[in-house]
Design a protein around this ligand. Structure first.
Ligand SMILES: *Cc1c(COP(=O)(O)O)cnc(C)c1O
Length: 408
């Protein structure tokens, strides 16, 4: 529908506005809410058009494994928010990671990645890539000299997440991007824990950003999804040609759910981060807590770097309960609002014990190297009132008095 209203330059708007209005393509009906095009394919007006579209001589949709109008709206809105030229949405966060890495690598290339990484990402880097002739080196992400030392002539990609799971370490994106570029390599960032609201890796020098949309982007624990963002050439040629053939595309239904969630993303994560900071403060002085990790908390080893490269400390808090696994379990079992689940970024606050869940396959030595102790728990702060969450934590921790797990 032609409109006579002034055209907006979406890139000039604030994130909260982009998240509501960005990337909308209205159909001939002029619907206010984004339309759900739940279709696999597209009908052509004639045979000539089918031929031209398939050839790429004429613009237009061909098949939803390649592109779909609802998925396009999600991609455009996310690209706007991220400050990326283009994006491709995927069926899960791991589909985004695997597609982004495999599309850019060839046998003989080499990858350097930070050791502290989401478990499935570690599998891809440590086990899958070497099977196809791409060796990898794992480093301590906070130690820039290790990144430098790991570089080889064939190093093609550097990969990391920051803040990390579950210990919330913060790595220097700008410095690591410089190491990558000096060696003719690219830097890929898994930005899930930071969220697109609090950290902009592309502005810091990264070449490619990936998300699990399953987390804060959905934000209500419903759909799996992911997205890859970066420069136009990388996304529309290198990534797209691979993506459209291997079938890691996102369902239009899930894209539609994510579009509705993006309306509230900034509101949600800012509220959650504010609560997370309050909760970190409460836990920091609690008699049953040994150590609290939150990127914006004084005493965090990289707090200065975190405040330089992030606009908020994020929605996760990790802490160590005094008394190891027994105390952590006793405490977790007493929580009544906070739910035991290994997901994150949900409206509901979720708690997990990494040593026995997400990191149970690692050897005790490997867990220790990552700081995953037996008393460590990871809390994903939801949208509940912070005072109710603090009361829930306080009452559950008080069980440790009764159980005689001595507070030192
Ligand atoms: C959840 C997560 C992933 C994987 O996403 P899925 O949607 O579960 O496939 C990758 N990286 C990080 C940091 C995550 O938290």
């Amino acid at each position: 529908m032609p409109s006579h209203r002034p055209k907006l330059d979406m890139t000039k708007l604030q994130p909260a506005t982009q998240l509501v209005h960005g990337g909308i393509h209205r159909s001939q009906f002029g619907e206010t809410s984004e339309a759900l095009f739940l279709t696999q394919g597209y009908a052509y007006p004639d045979m000539e058009t089918a031929e031209a579209r398939m050839k790429g001589a004429e613009a237009g949709y061909v098949y939803s494994r390649y592109s779909n109008p609802t998925v396009d709206m999600f991609q455009e809105r996310m690209a706007l928010l991220e400050g990326a030229e283009a994006a491709r949405a995927t069926s899960s966060g791991m589909a985004a990671v695997t597609t982004a890495l495999l599309a850019q690598l060839r046998a003989g290339d080499h990858v350097v990645a930070a050791r502290a990484m989401f478990g499935a990402c570690l599998y891809v880097v440590e086990e899958l890539l070497p099977r196809f002739g791409v060796p990898s080196t794992l480093v301590d992400g906070a130690d820039l000299s290790q990144w430098r030392a790991a570089m080889r002539p064939k190093t093609k990609l550097l990969f990391l997440e920051t803040p990390t799971n579950p210990c919330l370490e913060v790595y220097d994106i700008a410095a690591i991007a410089e190491i990558a570029h000096k060696n003719g390599a690219r830097l890929v960032i898994d930005n899930v824990f930071a969220t697109p609201i609090f950290q902009k890796p592309l502005k810091l020098g990264a070449d490619c950003v990936v998300y699990s949309a399953t987390k804060h982007i959905d934000g209500h624990g419903r759909c799996l999804g992911g997205i890859i963002l970066g420069g136009r050439d990388l996304i529309e040629n290198e990534i797209h040609n691979f993506y459209k053939q291997i079938g890691t595309c996102l369902s239009p239904f899930n894209a539609w759910v994510f579009l509705k969630s993006l309306d509230t993303l900034a509101l949600r994560v800012r509220h959650q981060a504010k609560s997370a900071e309050q909760i970190a403060g409460f836990l920091g002085s609690h008699r049953h807590i040994v150590k609290v990790r939150y990127p914006f908390r004084p005493g965090h080893p990289q707090v200065e770097l975190a405040k330089k490269q992030m606009l908020g400390g994020g929605t996760l808090v990790s802490f160590e309960v005094r008394g190891g696994k027994k105390a952590a379990f006793a405490f977790g079992n007493e929580l009544s609002i906070i739910t035991i689940a290994n997901n994150l970024g949900d409206a509901k606050s979720l708690i997990t014990h990494p040593a026995t869940t997400t990191h149970q396959r690692l050897t005790p030595e490997a867990r220790a190297a990552l700081g995953v102790t037996d008393g460590l728990v990871r809390l994903s702060v939801g949208l509940e009132d912070a005072s109710d969450l603090i009361a829930d934590l306080d009452s559950a921790l008080s069980v440790l008095d009764r159980q005689g797990v001595a507070a030192e």
